[in-house]
Design a protein around this ligand. Structure first.
Ligand SMILES: Cc1cc2nc3c(=O)[nH]c(=O)nc-3n(C[C@H](O)[C@H](O)[C@H](O)COP(=O)(O)OP(=O)(O)OC[C@H]3O[C@@H](n4cnc5c(N)ncnc54)[C@H](O)[C@@H]3O)c2cc1C
Length: 358
């Protein structure tokens, strides 16, 4: 018997479990044999505070100090560059208003990333306030906090059934049964599936596939200091990673929850969009993968108690922002569970609440 069961061992689940662990006994249940196996193990690991809708930006901003300072900090400098063809002027203008980039000349952009094709880049913008996140260490550090507070982090425990008896949740996994007063749903792509298991109305959270190809360093360049660079309108992006270059088609195809994998055609089309803007052809893809970014219908995270079943706590719909928002999102979940006043303003808290759908 625990006070709180958290379902899901991605960044959402471990961060929420860590924040709650000092308020009561916490048991985290994860289907897979390792934490972060699904979306959380497949991200591009960027922190960019302006990225997302206003509620997401509010969570990003409120998370920044944690990312910078907690446990020695999780950030290392990356920077962000947006490049556009002449026909993509409108997309570029839109990006410029959403992300506070400084407009630079195409030739400056080609100096920063020397494989960019000067004949193709018509518009460019840069800003330095974008960082790589050490996502693996974030997950492990949050899990350690759970254990240090006497909580349990159990992997290889797939939740098959959930029922409510005597004011408690009964959770049956492939291994055993668990009982708790509160249930936190941090099941990522399976958030609505878990809600249905618990007899709670789903919210219409839909997983969307996003793919990544890892290429050898193009042209043999040392890519390590290059910024993350995007096609205007997020039609593709590329990011240095351990001496290689990750390229994503920035796909967003709705899917059923599953162990996602990249579609060859989607990858090929995305690589072609990237290739159009660079001078180095793609000669080899070393590996590729895909993950599911799960969105609520309004593309805003869902954080807090279900209004009909207040002992069922949503920590879901992190979309493409699960890591950058995690410190503040998990703090908000803990504040709402424990009755503390959230640091976020009331309008943002209401906009993130599952109550907005009921
Ligand atoms: C290609 C890509 C790039 C991205 N880039 C970024 C980025 O740069 N910055 C950023 O902040 N975010 C990024 N994201 C988004 C980020 O990865 C996600 O928002 C985040 O990982 C979601 O975390 P989660 O814990 O909700 O989901 P998950 O990591 O998927 O975790 C959910 C867990 O719940 C478990 N589960 C489900 N059902 C059950 C059950 N019945 N019983 C037990 N366990 C269950 C699953 O096994 C899974 O491990 C990216 C995502 C992708 C795919």
């Amino acid at each position: 018997m625990s006070d709180i069961i958290v379902i899901g061992g991605g960044i959402a689940g471990v961060s929420a479990a860590a924040r709650l662990a000092s308020f009561g006994s916490v048991t985290l249940l994860e289907s897979e044999t390792a934490l972060g196996y699904h979306a959380s193990g497949r991200s591009a690991a960027l922190f960019e505070a302006d990225y997302g809708l206003p509620t997401t930006v509010a969570l990003n901003m409120a998370s920044a100090e944690y990312h910078k300072t907690a446990n020695g900090g999780y950030l290392s400098p990356r920077g962000l560059l947006i490049v556009a063809r002449s026909e993509d002027k409108d997309l570029f203008e839109k990006d410029k208003t959403e992300i506070s980039i400084d407009v630079i000349s195409p030739s400056e952009a080609c100096e920063i990333v020397p494989i960019l094709d000067p004949a193709k880049v018509a518009y460019a913008g840069y800003h330095g306030a974008a960082w790589d996140l050490d996502t693996d260490r974030m997950i492990q550090d949050f899990a350690r906090v759970v254990r240090q507070n006497g909580g349990k982090v159990l992997t290889g425990e797939h939740v098959n059934a959930i029922s409510r008896r005597d004011g408690h949740w009964q959770v049956v996994t492939n291994k055993t049964g668990h009982r708790a007063k509160l249930l936190v749903n941090a099941a990522g792509a399976w958030a609505d599936t878990v809600a249905r298991l618990a007899g709670v109305d789903p919210l219409g959270i839909v997983p969307h596939r996003r793919s990544i190809a890892r290429l050898p360093a193009p042209g043999g360049y040392d890519v390590s200091a290059w910024p993350m660079f995007f096609g205007a309108g997020e039609t593709w992006y590329a990011k240095p990673d351990a001496g290689k270059l990750l390229v994503s088609p920035a796909d967003e195809d709705p899917m059923q929850p599953h162990d996602a994998y990249a579609d060859d055609m989607v990858l090929a089309e995305g690589l072609a969009r990237y290739e159009e803007m660079v001078t180095e052809p793609v000669t080899r893809v070393e590996t590729n993968w895909a993950g599911l970014r799960s969105f609520a219908p309004d593309r805003t995270l869902v954080l807090g108690p279900d209004p009909v079943h207040p002992d069922f706590i949503w920590c879901a719909a992190q979309g493409g922002y699960g890591f950058q928002t995690a410190p503040a999102a998990s703090q908000l979940v803990a504040d709402l569970v424990t009755g503390n006043t959230p640091a976020l303003d009331a309008g943002t808290v209401a906009a993130l609440s599952p109550g907005r759908f009921r």
